[in-house]
Design a protein around this ligand. Structure first.
Ligand code: GAR
Length: 214
């Protein structure tokens, strides 16, 4: 038997997420801002970082979001670090784990444990330019366009199923910082949008294929 009233109430519940960062946290800020202006129906249960000096911690604290620091240097292996990170994430029971400039290579066990509910934003048009220094590499390759990809996290580095890509032009006089800035502006629009799709239940991963429900 269907209960339309309670169903719609459930739909209106904010999506509980945790955000993992390692640095400035400008993407985190865009998520905070879209929640504040109510265009994103989510609740950030915690911001978790591996860097105690990440500026994103201040952004979280300003928005009264709980923060956790798990310093990877205190762990003698990736496995032990990822095990602690798993416990920390699960404490908050998120429906979605959002990697926003989280600069750690993750173990297969960790990734497989959260497969289908962990997403990442990467500053390139994947599969081009996996890994680091993407803006510099796009310039050196003579690319005419660059951009961002938002994808499910899989065991293959920057290789999981792609949810959304957004391209930006590369101009002749671009430096890596002007190009990074152009990409980042688009990241700040795209990431909250994708999280909102999760909140609306529009995204599914079936047989490693991203299904988008209109
Ligand atoms: C963003 O450009 C993000 O795409 C990138 O780090 C930056 C974090 O900026 N992520 C990666 O390179 C992951 N491989 P932010 O801390 O200001 O959000």
């Amino acid at each position: 038997m269907r209960h339309p009233v309670s169903l719609s109430q459930n739909k209106a519940q904010p999506l509980p997420i945790v955000v993992l960062i390692s640095g400035s946290g400008s993407n985190l800020q865009s998520i905070i801002d879209r929640i504040a202006d109510k265009t994103l129906n989510a609740k950030i249960c915690a911001v978790i970082t591996n860097k105690s000096d990440a500026y994103g911690l201040e952004r979280a604290q300003k928005a009264a979001i709980p923060t956790e620091v798990i310093d990877h240097k205190q762990y003698d292996s990736r496995e032990n670090f990822d095990a602690e990170l798993t416990l920390c994430i699960e404490k908050y029971q998120p429906k979605l784990i959002v990697l926003a400039g989280f600069m750690r290579i993750l173990t297969d066990d960790f990734v497989n444990h959260f497969y289908g509910k962990m997403i990442n934003i990467h500053p390139s048009l994947l599969p081009k330019h996996r890994g680091l220094h993407t803006h510099q590499r796009a310039l050196e390759a003579g690319d005419k366009e660059h951009g961002l990809s938002i994808h499910y996290v899989s065991a293959e580095l920057d290789g999981g199923p792609i949810i959304l890509q957004q391209s930006v032009p590369i101009h002749e006089n671009d430096s890596k910082s002007s190009l990074a800035q152009r990409v980042l502006e688009q990241e700040h629009i795209a990431y909250p949008q994708v999280i909102q799709w999760f909140s609306q239940g529009r995204l599914q991963l079936i047989n490693n294929q991203v299904i988008f429900n209109q």
